[in-house]
Design a protein around this ligand. Structure first.
Ligand code: CO
Length: 209
């Protein structure tokens, strides 16, 4: 007897519905993937990459972790970026955070959360570096949401500083890094206007931070 029978049943009906609309869909996808986008988002179950931008399988290469972090010693994330840029030749890397992120909230309090506190270390540093600005906001929600935005901007910079992305730009490749944030409350994406498309722009944003 299978466990989680409901998930297998839902899978069959999902695949059948897709085939009804496009009989060759899976056959075509099985031959290759050529996504134009790499999405780096939060693991939060309410922020699913494909659904938010209404795209079918095959269109977005996805990496998700708690609080959508790009850490320079994280071989998992760096390998995803390398594969996406060098093999799949994506044209856009999108960091998508979300308001009310539990990872950000956890990083902001001073309690002991065990192992995850190590993962959230960079956000704690970012919080400290922007403490005056964050503390000037009236509500806890505003403070969390500002740090959610600052975290996205910080991860955009981290991506721009990877050897993979720097090399792609040196080689004249067409590659843009974007910072977006999503609202779970209304399902709407916001562009944080943090679009970096070459080495000069990357250097410029580093100078102004
Ligand atoms: Co989150």
């Amino acid at each position: 007897m299978k466990i989680l029978n409901n998930l297998f049943a839902q899978n069959i009906s999902w695949a059948e519905n897709l085939k009804k609309a496009d009989p060759d869909f899976f056959l075509r996808l099985s031959k290759q993937q050529s996504p134009e986008y790499l999405w780096i988002g939060c693991s939060d179950s309410r922020v699913p990459a494909n659904e938010i931008v209404d795209m079918p399988p095959g269109e977005i290469f996805v990496h998700r972790n708690i609080a959508n972090l790009v850490i320079h010693t994280d071989l998992n994330c760096l390998s995803v970026i390398q594969y996406a840029v060098e093999v799949l030749k994506v044209k856009h890397i999108i960091v998508c955070g979300h308001y009310g992120c539990g990872g950000i909230q956890t990083a902001m309090d001073n309690k002991d959360h065990g192992l995850i506190d190590n993962w959230l270390r960079n956000i704690k540093d970012l919080h400290r570096a922007n403490k005056t600005r964050i503390d000037s906001l009236p509500t806890e929600k505003d403070k969390i949401n500002l740090l959610c935005e600052l975290n996205v901007i910080d991860q955009v910079a981290n991506i721009c500083n990877t050897t993979v992305v720097q090399r792609a730009w040196t080689d004249g490749r067409d590659l843009a890094v974007h910072g977006w944030i999503y609202s779970i409350e209304d399902g709407i994406l916001k562009d944080l206007k943090e679009c970096i498309t070459n080495l000069d722009e990357a250097a410029e944003t580093q100078r102004t931070k």
